[in-house]
Design a protein around this ligand. Structure first.
Ligand code: PSU
Ligand code: MN
Length: 316
């Protein structure tokens, strides 16, 4: 069912043959399923994301850890383990990976670990909802997501709707610049913030068609060759939320978190859950809408990137 391409990395048959044939693939993270969405709702969303990717002509590849292995292209029949047993599932940043493999537990990948394993497997495109970043209380918590560090280290294109709105967006934007991550806007000049389309911050460059976007990504990989391109795709207009109201909810959530002593990697799931309840589900439907849209954009990008690679090889 899975084929070992390293001692720990195991790819599904479908992903294996897609990698060999250079077919477009979109890597997907499992943390959003286990920790990012209300309990139990992840499976339907995962199925819809896979469908959207296939409809656009690419192969979906959820990544996760289980039984001492890193799976790339989790079989749909195995996905419920990451979703229905979410209390046992470890949200895996880079530092958690080896311990979870060692204990043969179940690990969900974040953007950091998804990007790293996708790059190791030879996949060029990842789709997600929002990336982690610099937290608002960074002055005393020093909480900066390892997503940012891995974006600086891996040659990969990550399609998202910006950093999660619970973060300090301008510090996160600066950090991306410092680390040499190219930030490209998909049909936008504004840097989006998850549920919010315009944070008042800017992208490095705007692209309006997949051919130009994938050519620029190809050039970034060629000349920079060590950092990611973050493609930001704003949440679909019909689901965008008002920045001021969202900010109020986040501030409330942070006060509750600090009263309860919640910190570190538990903070993101706590705040997301709080604002989901506070918004009476609006943040959840926005989250699902942007996940599906990012999966579609990532798949079309993967298809266009494949064409760019073929023509640049043919031209040599
Ligand atoms: N955005 C969401 N839900 C999530 C995440 C992001 O709407 O669950 C996850 C992603 O996996 C992201 C991770 O990579 O949170 C970042 O967590 P941290 O801030 O602990 O690094
Ligand atoms: Mn963190």
């Amino acid at each position: 069912m899975y084929r070992a391409i390293g001692r720990r990395l195991h790819v599904s048959r479908e992903v294996d043959s897609a990698i060999r044939q250079g077919m477009p693939i979109v890597a997907l993270e499992t943390t959003v399923l286990s920790h990012g969405l209300p309990p139990g709702s992840g499976l339907a969303v995962a199925e819809r994301m896979m469908k959207v990717v296939r409809q656009a002509g690419a192969v979906p590849a959820f990544i996760g850890l289980i039984d001492g292995k890193i799976l790339v292209g989790i079989d749909p029949s195995h996905l419920p383990m990451w979703i229905h047993r979410s209390s046992e599932v470890v949200k895996c940043g880079i530092g958690d990976v080896a311990a979870v493999l060692h204990s043969k537990g179940i690990g969900a990948t974040t953007v950091a670990t998804t990007a790293m394993f996708a790059a190791q497997a030879g996949i060029a495109v990842v789709a997600t909802g929002g990336i982690g970043g610099v937290h608002r209380q960074v002055g005393h918590s020093w909480d900066i997501s390892s997503d940012l560090v891995e974006l600086a280290r891996n040659r990969i294109a990550v399609v998202c709707s910006g950093p999660k709105v619970i973060l300090d967006l301008s510090k996160t934007r600066e950090y991306l610049e410092t680390m040499g991550v190219a930030v490209y806007g998909w049909r936008t000049e504004a840097f989006p913030g998850f549920y919010i389309c315009d944070t008042g911050l800017r992208v490095d460059a705007r692209f309006d068609d997949f051919e130009s976007l994938s050519s620029a990504i190809g050039l970034h990989f060629e000349v920079v060759d060590r950092s990611a391109v973050l493609v930001v795709n704003p949440v679909p207009q019909s689901h965008a939320l008002d920045a001021r109201i969202v900010n109020q909810w986040v501030e409330e959530a942070e006060r509750h978190a600090s009263l309860k002593g919640i910190q570190g990697k538990d903070l993101t799931p706590f705040i997301l859950e709080y604002i989901h309840r506070r918004s009476e589900g609006k943040t959840v439907s926005a989250n699902i809408a942007l996940l599906l849209d990012n999966a579609a954009v990532a798949a079309r990008l993967a298809v266009a990137y494949r064409k760019v690679q073929l023509t640049s090889r043919g031209g040599r």
